[in-house]
Design a protein around this ligand. Sequence first.
Ligand SMILES: [Zn+2]
Length: 178
Amino acid sequence: MNHQPFERWLLDGAALNPAQQAQLQKHLNSCKTCRRLSCNLPRMEQKLFATPPAQPRSGFAQRFQNSLAARQAARQRRQIWSMIFSGLSVGLAIYIYQILPDLSRLSIGTIFSSLINNILTLISSLLHLGQISNYVLMGIPPSIPLAVWVSLTTVFLILSLIWVLALGRILAPKGEKA
Ligand SMILES: [Zn+2]
C-alpha cells in the first residue's frame, strides 16, 4: 500500500485543507501502519520535548575559563620574557658599541667589572620594566601579533651574534689591540 502523501502529512504536522483531511481520514481507516503512526506521533513528540537537552558536566564553564586564563597568563609571560631578552640584547649592543673605542686603553679586568656592573643594572631595570609591562598586559587582551614576536626574536638573535663577536674582540690577545 502506498502511504504517501499521508505519512508525510502526519510527520510534517502541516495544516491540511478539508479535502486533504478527508483523504487522510479515509486512508487512516484503511491503513493500519499510518493509523499506528498517527496514534504514536503525539506520544513520541511529547517524549522528545520532555527530554532535557544534554548538559555539560558540572563546572565545565569554570574549568574552561580557568584554563583560558592560564593559557593567557603563560602567553603573556612568554611575551614579557622575549621583550626582556630583546631589551637586554639592545642594551648590551649599545653598551658594547660605546666601549669599543676604549678597549685598547682599558684592562680586561676593568672592562669585565664594568660590563658585569652594567649588565646587573640593566637586568634589574629590565625586570622592573617587565613587571610594569605585566601590569599593562593584564588590562589589555594579548593581541600583539606573532610577527612582532618573530621580529623581536630575530633582533635578539642578531644582537646575540654581535655580542659574541664583540666578546671575541675583548678576549683577543692583548698584543693585537696595541
Ligand atoms: Zn498508510
